[in-house]
Design a protein around this ligand. Structure first.
Ligand code: F6R
Length: 595
């Protein structure tokens, strides 16, 4: 399946120059996807386009995107394999007459069919993208409906199959957009209107946002917006005040968002518990369910794996965890009166959304844990809890993982009859423990500097509640440092993975003192005798470790929350050691909104 995760922006500023704002907005959203960039503005009744391959700052420097004249414009950052990464495939895409230009996020499933049809009708395509069909369709329908723009937009949307959001600019200065299964948000500033895939696209200028409903079509002209549904009825949508502060999207004193977000963890840790007041209601759904399923992707899936273990041990609730990309294949087997807990930082991950839709169709209740309360997942949910950790800009999930864990611990705490008690004193102690663990930053940096520059494989071992953290740590190392890493349930070593271990291997063992301790020491012995370097992460030193990262003493069940921190820091410094940008790992995007 092709993947396409882009940012789109439209701007109608009447008196303000569009281009510098578009460039600035695209920089703010670049974390979503980033291989090429382009903008289009309107000047003297002519649409001007400038676009190229690379990050926004690079392309802007080379092409001076910010100097394109005009008060109205659209922009795009692309992250795609749908047609190669080159200038031609970068957005915006013109129609044949160059009187319409379009930027698009999503996938048009029937683009080939449409392209063939439009080509037969005389349209000439200049790119290999699916997106270009939109500008040609708009052109075709504008002609057919004598420039009735709403009718043309509706006909275009009805012709397209797939999931998409697009923004188009017309040579008369009209900006319009449509939202079909991809996010699109209006930003209402005092003297300008934005249309963006992400609030970060306009947060610097306004915190007033309209989260369009699926199927909404919008036009912006002369600083005014109008929203229509697919049946050409004018509709009203509420203006929401966005709670996020722009300050939290800046890097501050840190070199990268990723390390800043890792260090923000003590300050956001308890927001997820204290700023949600519907835990009881959420837990009632879980209590009344015949079966509990948990779903999520990547890091969010790992949170689910930990939740399963905690729910079983402390709340005596059996939950099945199914990664969202696999959920589809199980959805027919879900019993009615099941509850599906969907975990997603963005609330927009396509695999998660599809899973939830399937489950909902089958009669399950949907509970979600999200960072973006206005996201598609929130809207699909019967009840949701918010992470409240602020925007996460680094592509790799760090602080949102900790926030997810806190929400999940609190659910277990509410349901566990005090077997797992996350009382206020314990919460305060946890913040201190997280702070203390973060003080290891420099020490971990020096440890990573000591590792062989040619390091090819890292293994992370853990048992029980530490195993999901082993998986999470290995995902962080893979995506940030491009080093092969594998999280292994320590007891599984002898069933296969031990064959991989030799004197070039680096093995990290997650080994706080609890019921798993002795068994992990035994595994460490097996590893040691094969000559590997062992890095122990524990609250108790052992001679078997070649290197030791000391965790503060804490209650057994909370070790996952603090032991993941050294792994996050390691991944960050390994990325720097490998001379790659930790904020923008290659081939990845923050919000994977397409299957
Ligand atoms: C890993 C990472 C991804 C996301 C995954 C799900 O660092 O960021 O694995 O966790 O794409 O994203 P959300 O949580 O937004 O659904």
């Amino acid at each position: 399946m092709l993947v396409n995760v882009c940012s789109i922006i439209g701007f109608n500023g009447q008196i303000t120059d569009a281009a510098p704002l578009l460039v600035d907005s695209l920089k703010k959203m670049e974390y979503r996807g980033y291989d090429s960039v382009g903008i289009a503005t309107l000047n003297d009744g002519k649409i001007l386009i400038s676009k190229g391959v690379g990050k926004v700052a690079e392309v802007d420097k080379a092409l001076e995107l910010h100097n394109l004249p005009g008060h109205v414009g659209i922009g795009h950052t692309r992250w795609a394999t749908h047609g190669g990464v080159n200038d031609k495939n970068a957005h915006p895409h013109f129609s044949c007459t160059s009187e319409i230009a379009v930027v698009h996020n999503g996938i048009i499933d029937n683009y080939q069919e449409l392209k063939d049809e439009l080509s037969k009708e005389g349209h000439v395509f200049k790119s290999q993208t699916d997106s270009e069909v939109i500008s040609h369709l708009l052109e075709k329908y504008c002609k057919k409906y004598d420039f009735d723009y709403i009718k043309s937009l509706i006909a275009t949307c009805n012709t397209l199959k797939g999931s998409f959001a697009f923004v188009a600019i017309f040579k008369n200065g009209l900006i319009c957009g449509a939202r079909f299964d991809e996010p699109l948000i209006i930003g209402v500033a005092p003297s300008a209107i934005f249309l963006s895939s992400d609030v970060l696209g306009f947060l610097k200028y306004t915190d007033k946002a309209i989260f369009l409903d699926n199927g909404d079509i919008v036009t912006i002209e002369d600083g005014k917006y109008h929203i229509f549904d697919i049946n050409n009825n004018k509709v009203t949508r509420v203006i929401t005040q966005v709670a996020w502060e722009l300050a939290s999207t800046e890097k501050g004193k840190y070199a990268h968002h990723t390390i800043k977000e890792i260090h923000e963890q003590p300050s956001i840790l308890l927001n997820s518990i204290n700023k949600n007041n519907n835990f009881q209601q959420f837990c009632e759904y879980v209590k009344n369910a015949s079966n509990v399923y948990i779903t999520g992707s990547g890091t969010s899936y790992h949170s689910g794996l930990l939740a399963k273990r905690l729910l079983a041990k402390y709340a005596k609730i059996k939950a099945e965890v199914i990664m969202s990309s696999e959920f589809h294949y199980f959805s027919d087997t879900l019993e009615s009166n099941s509850v599906v807990i969907a975990i997603s930082q963005s609330g927009e991950t396509a695999d998660v959304i599809h899973s939830v839709k399937k489950a909902k169709e089958g009669g399950s209740k949907i509970l979600s844990i999200i960072n973006v309360p206005t996201s598609s997942l929130a809207r699909l949910s019967d009840s949701f809890l918010v992470l409240n950790c602020g925007p996460e800009i680094g592509v790799a999930a760090t602080k949102s993982f900790l926030a997810q864990l806190m929400v999940l611990y609190n659910i277990v705490s509410v349901m566990s009859n005090s077997r797992l008690d996350l009382n206020i004193a314990m919460q305060k102690k946890l913040v201190k423990d997280v702070e203390k663990t973060l003080e290891l930053d420099e020490y971990i940096e020096s440890l990573m500097a000591k590792l062989d520059n040619e390091i090819k494989h890292i293994y992370i071992l853990g048992r029980s509640i530490h195993y999901p953290i082993a998986l999470e740590g290995s995902l962080k190392i893979k995506e940030l440092a491009y080093i092969h890493a594998e999280g292994i349930a320590a007891g599984e070593l002898k069933h296969g993975p031990l064959a991989l271990i030799d004197n070039k291997s680096v093995v990290i063992v997650l080994n706080p003192v609890d019921e798993t301790y002795q068994d992990v020491i035994s595994s460490s012995n097996e590893i040691k005798s094969r000559g590997a370097v062992i890095i122990g992460i524990s609250n108790k030193h052992h001679d078997i470790y070649d290197e030791y990262i000391e965790l503060p003493e804490c209650v057994d069940f909370l070790y996952p929350v603090i032991e993941v921190i050294p792994l996050q820091i390691m991944s960050y410094y390994l990325a720097l050691k490998m001379q790659v940008d930790p904020d923008y790992p290659r081939n990845l995007a923050k919000s994977v909104t397409v299957k």
